[in-house]
Design a protein around this ligand. Structure first.
Ligand code: BEZ
Length: 219
């Protein structure tokens, strides 16, 4: 492992997702080639065969169709071996009647976990926390959520963030607090006094004030 690889800092929003090569349950991969222009949710879990992580894997399986419909690829990561991953996945599939169809990285040397700042040393020097990286089709990190080992992720929030980011990109708008799909979005505030004056007359918009205008969108 080089000095660069051993650094443990999380890429920030707007950064390019760090590239890497790794062994996964679907074979050896290079992240940039594997991503192939799709959105990716790269997530870490502390350890295989642990209770909270097991409930999360079942939920990742349950939202797999939702992600495919939005062209989002799921990629798991922990510092367990490939044999541990295979055994745990087989166990989950047989006990919970799900299909773990996404690859899981066997990051035994912590190279990927450290590149993405998934290891938070005050929490554990060895096991990743529950990180979720939302990476767009250009390979840019668009959102990051981090949960502690004792608290399982909110899958409604993970799905909400993906839908919100894709709506933002498609329509050039923003999403208000607690936004969910189907609700009105926020249009960019005007940048001139003339446009600010015009806002209140725009019948397509519901304006609370010149700087806060919302509208319904089709998808
Ligand atoms: C769990 O998945 O249950 C777990 C894993 C690591 C620390 C605490 C809980």
């Amino acid at each position: 492992m080089t000095m660069q690889d051993s650094k443990n800092s999380s890429p920030g929003l707007g950064d390019s997702a760090p590239d890497f090569e790794a062994q996964t349950t679907h074979g050896m991969i290079r992240f940039s080639e594997w991503q192939a222009g799709r959105w990716v949710i790269l997530f870490s879990h502390p350890a295989d065969f642990t209770p909270v992580c097991t409930t999360e894997f079942v939920e990742f399986c349950h939202c797999s169709e939702f992600m495919k419909e939005r062209d989002v690829a799921l990629r798991g990561c922990s510092v367990d071996s490939i044999y541990s991953h295979i055994a745990w996945i087989r166990d989950i599939e047989s006990k919970f009647s799900v299909d773990v169809d996404f690859p899981v990285i066997a990051d035994l040397d912590q190279a990927v976990s450290r590149k993405y700042g998934m290891i938070s040393e005050p929490t554990s020097q060895t096991a990743p926390v529950r990180s979720v990286f939302f990476i767009d089709g250009e390979g840019t990190v668009r959102a990051v959520i981090s949960y502690p080992p004792e608290v399982g992720r909110s899958f409604s929030e993970i799905k909400r963030v993906i839908e919100a980011l894709q709506v933002v990109d498609r329509h050039g708008v923003s999403c208000p607090a607690n936004w969910t799909k189907g609700e009105a979005v926020i249009v960019p505030p005007p940048k001139t006094t003339a446009d600010a004056k015009q806002r209140s007359q725009d019948e397509e918009l519901e304006s609370k004030d010149w700087y806060l205008s919302q509208k319904k969108i089709e998808d």
